[in-house]
Design a protein around this ligand. Structure first.
Ligand SMILES: O=P(O)(O)OC[C@H]1O[C@H](OP(=O)(O)O)[C@H](O)[C@@H]1O
Length: 323
């Protein structure tokens, strides 16, 4: 039977599943924080029990959402740092490992932002999709460099996370034009860069990001607008190096059609006379991406595998929460 989980783990897991906590980097940060809380308050009386408790906490967090690899990457990082022969030593190692992970995450986003900002020129207009803290850190760094940036913000159905992006950009005094997703192609004529984040990057350079990214990228390529993906290396998906594909999360149909909007057709409501599907992400093939900007520099998508080999090449074997 699984060990008892700390309330912070249960809370973080349910907030991630319901998307109270969302965005690949933010999810990773919350997961590391929850593991640290589990370790700090553990009542395990021997090292084996402590390790089992940490593995159970990681499994609970892992099962929340399947697509953003930042989540398992965070759990792996923290659990691989777990070391010691006594409970106090193990506890300290987990807390320190989580702290280090969260510090590196902030640092990586800042460094990525500075690199991404170099691609943006004074007076440029970016088009955004969804809400990505990695993508926004490029805009923030460009503003810090004294550049004027404008934004066309796609609302991003079904959850309209473009609103979060619009708010953040307005707080930074960036002129924002909010458009419905279907208006994107029309506004590409006024756009200098499409700037998006990523939930996962596959070894072939494919970008897994919020549903609608791939259509936007194809349209942007057709219009000659460069597509820039801001994704710290935490978004690189190690399993794709050995042929695994990235699972695309299917979310609740109520995000597409709320109860208030229910459609009645021939006396039958949705779910009876027609199906609703709600994939949260899609895959943009590497040929539609101009640059993947990471904290280690910018890469053409086809060469991201070299960086992945460098980062994950020596990681063999099962998951640390399954041992
Ligand atoms: O890590 P950062 O750049 O903040 O976000 C990366 C991506 O995570 C989000 O997914 P969701 O909203 O959790 O489904 C969006 O798809 C966004 O592009």
């Amino acid at each position: 039977m699984d060990a008892e989980l700390h309330e912070s783990v249960e809370e973080a897991a349910s907030d991630i599943a319901s998307m109270e906590i969302r965005g690949a980097a933010t999810i990773a940060d919350a997961a590391a924080e929850a593991l640290a809380a589990q370790a700090e308050d553990s009542t395990a009386d021997d090292p084996a029990a402590f390790r089992a408790e940490m593995r159970a906490a990681a499994r609970r967090l892992r099962e929340t959402r399947p697509t953003a690899v930042s989540l398992p990457n965070a759990l792996r990082y923290v659990l691989r740092g777990m070391d010691g022969e006594t409970v106090p030593d193990l506890r300290e190692s987990v807390v320190e490992s989580a702290r280090e992970f969260r510090r590196e995450l902030d640092q990586a986003q800042e460094n990525l932002g500075r690199i991404g900002a170099n691609r943006l020129r004074d007076g440029d207009t970016v088009m955004t999709h969804c809400h990505s803290t990695d993508a926004l850190s490029c805009v923030e760094a460009a503003l810090d460099q004294g550049k004027e940036i404008e934004a066309i913000v796609k609302e991003t159905r079904p959850r309209k996370q473009g609103h979060i992006t619009a708010k953040q950009l307005r707080e930074w005094d960036v002129p924002v034009t909010l458009v419905v997703d279907n208006a994107a192609r029309r506004y590409l004529d006024e756009t200098d860069h499409v700037l998006v984040g990523a939930d996962s990057i596959a070894a072939d350079g494919s970008v897994i990001n919020k549903i609608g990214t791939s259509g936007l990228a194809v349209n942007a390529r057709e219009r000659g607008v460069p597509i820039m993906v801001a994704a710290q290396t935490l978004k690189l998906h190690p399993d794709t190096m050995t042929g695994h594909t990235v699972e695309i999360e299917m979310r609740d149909e109520r995000e597409v059609l709320t109860e208030d909007e229910e459609l009645e057709i021939d006396g039958e409501t949705d779910g009876e006379s027609f199906a609703i599907e709600n994939p949260a992400f899609d895959v943009t093939p590497p040929r539609y991406v101009d640059a993947i900007v990471t904290e280690r520099g910018q890469f053409p998508p086809e060469s991201i595998v070299t960086l992945m080999r460098e980062l994950f090449g020596d990681q063999q074997g099962g998951e640390p929460w399954e041992e």
